[in-house]
Every structure is written in structure tokens, then in C-alpha cells.
Design a protein around this ligand. Structure first.
Ligand SMILES: Nc1ncnc2c1ncn2[C@@H]1O[C@H](COP(=O)(O)OP(=O)(O)OP(=O)(O)O)[C@@H](O)[C@H]1O
Ligand SMILES: [Mg+2]
Length: 245
């Protein structure tokens, strides 16, 4: 089985060498848990180290803010964009009612079909092997029923499978122990990694847990990680008493 190296220091060892190529993985976490940095790191290292072009679909952060967020870790997205080894699809500006000068963007009213077309075009132009959607919770806003969210997500996930890209779908959680806002996102993906912030003696710490990863064995422990000058780095194995619920 071919594996896709995540580019996240210490993570591949926990999933038998990397993500299963072509799979779709949900990365869930609360506000500030590191979802965006996780996605940027996956695509930056994919393009610069492993020669795998990538597409970043941004629904909440405008592309220039994303480029700035990446630069603080020394990840020069613009250099990759010039070579077409990275394409950013701007789905954030239209949602905010703002104009955009990005080459890849949703300009008219936002809907999942338009988004799918733009994803298709970006993957085709860059010959992408990796893709990130940050975050899919923003898609769910316009649907009333979880079943509608599930069917729209199913369409996107079917498209990603067809395009054979290894994908990360970021999902924002509000309640602790939840994996998504609509409560259905985890059913359309082959894997689930949750990022968590917790308090320890008055200090916030971060940990990561792999809940599900089809077709591979994986660690079931919580792993402490830090965000440092090179991005996300897994520090230690936390063999806590926490069990899967
Ligand atoms: N240069 C840095 N060095 C260390 N930590 C950083 C650095 N830049 C950001 N962080 C940490 O990362 C957090 C933001 O991470 P990120 O944007 O990936 O989170 P997120 O889960 O996408 O959040 P949101 O819900 O707002 O989208 C910040 O709150 C901060 O704690
Ligand atoms: Mg974010």
C-alpha cells in the first residue's frame, strides 16, 4: 500500500508510515487547535519535499492571511504557487461578500457544485496529489438538516476519491469530545485525527489523537504536540488513562 508522508514531524510513525494514498481524513479541533497550520504543513512539505503538488481550499481565511500565517514558519507559499505546485482556492472572500483577485476563487454565489468545479480545475491544473479543505464546517452553515450536510459532504468526498488526491478535511468543533459541528462529517471520511487543547496546572497544552484510520494500524494513545518555529511537532507519547468512548 502506498503511503503519503504527512510532513508533520513524528506523525507518520504513529500511522504505519503515513496516510493511505488517496484517502480522505477528517482533522477535527476547536478554535486555535492548530487545524490550519496542520493543513499548511501537509501541503507545504508535500510540494517542497515530496514533489507532490497540492490544493488548499480556504473557506474562512482569506488567501493573503494564509500566506502570512505560513511565512512565520518559513513556508513560502507564493514560491510554490508560481511553480503551480500549490494552488489556493479562495472560497473565503465570496463568503465574506468581498471581491477577490485570486486566479482560483468562487466569485458568484457560493454553492457546493461551484466549489466542486473549482476544485476539479485546480487539481487538474496543478496535477495535485494532496488537498486540504479548511474548514468544512463552513459548508454546513447553509443547511438545516444534518442529512443535507452529509449528502453534500458525500458528494465532495466522492469527487476527492475520484481525483485520487489524499485529502484533509478540517472540521471545527465546539463541544469537547465532538468531532464536527453537524455530527456527521466523520462518516464520510476514512480517517479521523483530533487536535485538542487542554489545561494542565494553569498552562494550555496540545495533544493529538488518531480515532480512526481505515486499512492501517495506528497508535491509540494521546500524543502531546507543540507548535514551534517549524510548525507542528509531536513531542511525546502520553500513555494516559483516556480511552476511546
Ligand atoms: N509562530 C507560532 N509559534 C507558535 N505557535 C503559534 C505560532 N503561530 C500560531 N501559533 C499557535 O497556533 C494557533 C493557531 O493555529 P491555527 O490557526 O492552525 O488554529 P485553527 O485550529 O486553524 O484555529 P481557527 O479555529 O481559528 O481556525 C494560535 O492560537 C497559536 O496558539
Ligand atoms: Mg483555522
Amino acid at each position: 500500500m502506498t503511503r503519503t508522508k504527512t510532513g508533520i514531524s513524528g506523525l507518520d510513525e504513529l500511522i504505519d508510515g503515513g496516510l493511505v494514498e488517496g484517502s480522505t481524513i477528517l482533522v477535527s479541533g476547536g478554535i486555535g487547535s492548530g487545524k490550519t497550520i496542520f493543513g499548511l504543513q501537509f501541503l507545504y512539505h508535500g510540494a517542497s519535499k515530496y514533489d507532490e503538488p497540492g490544493v488548499y481550499v480556504t473557506l474562512e481565511t482569506r488567501p493573503n492571511d494564509l500566506r502570512l500565517e505560513a511565512l512565520q514558519f518559513g513556508w513560502d507559499l507564493e514560491a510554490l504557487e508560481k511553480k503551480k505546485s500549490l494552488i489556493i482556492v479562495d472560497a473565503a472572500s465570496s463568503k465574506a461578500g468581498l471581491p477577490t483577485s485570486e486566479k482560483y476563487a468562487i466569485r458568484r454565489g457560493f454553492d457546493v457544485s461551484t466549489l466542486a468545479e473549482e476544485i476539479y480545475r485546480a487539481v487538474d491544473d496543478s496535477k495535485a496529489k494532496r488537498l486540504v479543505i479548511d474548514c468544512i464546517s463552513a459548508l454546513g452553515m447553509k443547511f438545516n438538516e444534518p442529512s443535507e450536510v452529509r449528502s453534500e459532504l458525500f458528494r465532495i468526498s466522492a469527487l476527492l476519491r475520484e481525483l485520487k488526491v489524499t485529502s484533509l478535511l478540517m472540521s471545527e468543533t465546539i463541544a469537547p469530545d465532538a468531532h464536527s459541528r453537524a455530527g456527521v462529517e466523520q462518516f464520510v471520511t476514512q480517517g479521523l485525527i483530533s487536535l485538542n487543547l487542554f489545561e494542565d496546572n494553569g498552562t494550555l497544552k496540545r495533544d493529538l489523537l488518531i480515532w480512526k484510520m481505515r486499512q492501517t494500524s495506528h497508535s491509540l494513545k494521546k500524543h502531546i504536540f507543540a507548535i514551534g518555529k517549524n510548525g507542528i511537532e509531536i513531542k511525546s507519547k502520553k500513555s494516559s488513562t483516556t480511552k476511546k468512548r
